[in-house]
Design a binder for this molecule. Sequence first.
Ligand SMILES: [Zn+2]
Length: 317
Amino acid sequence: MRLLLLLVLIASPLAAEPPRLALPVDCTLGETCHIQSYVDIDPTDGALDHACGTLSYDTHKGTDFALPDLAAMVAGVSVLAAAPGRVRAVRDGMADVLYTEAEDLGGQDCGNGVVIAHPDSWETQYCHLRQGSVAVREGQEVEAGTRLGRIGLSGRTQFPHLHLSVRHEGRVIDPFAPDAAPGQCGAPGESLFETTLPYRSGGLIAAGFAEAVPDYAAIKAGTAAAPALGAKGPALVIWGFAYGSRPGDVMRLTITQPDGTTYLSTEAGIDRQQAQYFRAAGKRIRRGLRPGRYAGTVTLLRDGRPYDSRETAVIVR
Ligand SMILES: [Zn+2]
């Protein structure tokens, strides 16, 4: 009896602990995926992320783990259970299409999704999974890391990503700041993630070369980067695709010729806050390019200081 009482005393404070969360996507943050949007912690009409940054939008109730383009989605990136639990609900069968405001989703904004119940009234929800990819069934016990499906484009989404919602007793919890008071940002607190997921206020998603300024649709599809170009043109263009801009940011684009000399170096100003954006710069080719490998660098600057950079290259024949 005494032992039992002791066990209960030891067990109860532990049982109230929130779940520790594993990364819910099988990709490398900052390389093959990025966090595009966090929980909106601002109770007013505005939007604020937990770090007092702008990576959120009004009433956003989760964390968005985004893929760089549709090609990455088609290649297939797994969605993983963030913690052990039991599958409470699943939905599959909705199409992977870019959401437009005209569309009525009938309340199914999450698209294809999975809800997992964890001990002590904690819950995680996984949204926008790829049609036909949901790999678990209602009532199934899962471990952290169990594959739930693949990142897709179903429901209310305009880019391929996983939306992860965390709830406790039905209340939305920001897993990056579970103890913060409503509206309080920048408070150093312990994240629910078991590994540190560094906060980045913005960054580059992709960079590449093309023979003309690419269509934004091609950049989002992942088809804008040419691996090789003809020496006769029509043009040599470098582009950068990025997220989380702020007014006053600068994107620096440079091209280096095969002999190491600079072919182009320019800066494009960013005048507003945008979730995602791209800039491109290039030169029309008049007399033909010297064949060889052209190297490109795209750098983002904020307050005059570089905060992200990508290298790219193209072979000119
Ligand atoms: Zn979301």
